[in-house]
Design a protein around this ligand. Sequence first.
Ligand SMILES: NC(=O)c1ccc[n+]([C@@H]2O[C@H](COP(=O)([O-])OP(=O)(O)OC[C@H]3O[C@@H](n4cnc5c(N)ncnc54)[C@H](O)[C@@H]3O)[C@@H](O)[C@H]2O)c1
Length: 262
Amino acid sequence: MGGRLQDKRAFITGAASGLGRATAIRFAQEGADVFIADLAAQAAERVAGEVRALGRRAIWQAVDTSDERQVDAAMARTVSELGGVDIAVAGAGLSHPNYRLGEPPGSLHLRPVTEITLAEWRKLMSVNLDGVFLTVRAAAREMVKAGRGGRIITIASAAARIATPGMADYTASKAGVWGLTNTVAKELAQYGITANTIGPGLMDTPMAQDYINMVKGSQQPGVLALYGEPNDVANTALFLASAEGKFYTGSIFFPDGGATMH
Ligand SMILES: NC(=O)c1ccc[n+]([C@@H]2O[C@H](COP(=O)([O-])OP(=O)(O)OC[C@H]3O[C@@H](n4cnc5c(N)ncnc54)[C@H](O)[C@@H]3O)[C@@H](O)[C@H]2O)c1
């Protein structure tokens, strides 16, 4: 029996870790082949191994999503080696300008807007916003050219909707991702291409460990849990990429346990 994404080809940025990795594996479990684009080469290679162990094709490449040439080259490789791109997930992101996968605990960088330098602002935007734009653009170009429709999914954050003190740059970048995706959805509907945003709440990934340590043990009435699991996001992406999600576009989904409810 075929999976929910049987023989689809997925291009996923940030797929070496956390939410992107969970999405790559969940997609492969449902029959998709996966291109793993991530700055972290060793981790990307490991995820490729996990995808192949599920019987699907996987290609990994060290890609800096803020670099136009690298993103376009990775998309071209996806098309030439996997035969096309049906699904694109823009998941690569930074929680603060100097974030690196595997950074030591205690690196939480909350700072008020008065302390954010222009260089830091630009660094964060180069990945969280430029990188998503470049990924979405590369995917849209290929999908329009191929004429088979497609699914574009961007990972913003619950921070796109709620003010997050100490993270003005991050919050702005994620609201930008939401706006970009919405507009793209409108432009691409005529080609049968959907574009939707996922706005996760706090999720148990390497990026969020300091935040999780901060909220652990605290009381937050009216939520299902203080934080979720990567698969909560991966399953949202799966729904949007699958046949069941075909009539959703320009929407944002908040797998957040109710954290942004109001
Ligand atoms: N974990 C959370 O609580 C949470 C909540 C809301 C939104 N998000 C968003 O989800 C996305 C995934 O985050 P995560 O929690 O899985 O973190 P993570 O650190 O586990 O994964 C992020 C991945 O992005 C990669 N990356 C960073 N910069 C890159 C670049 N320039 N080019 C290519 N790859 C790059 C990293 O190497 C890493 O593999 C991010 O966009 C993040 O902002 C996370």
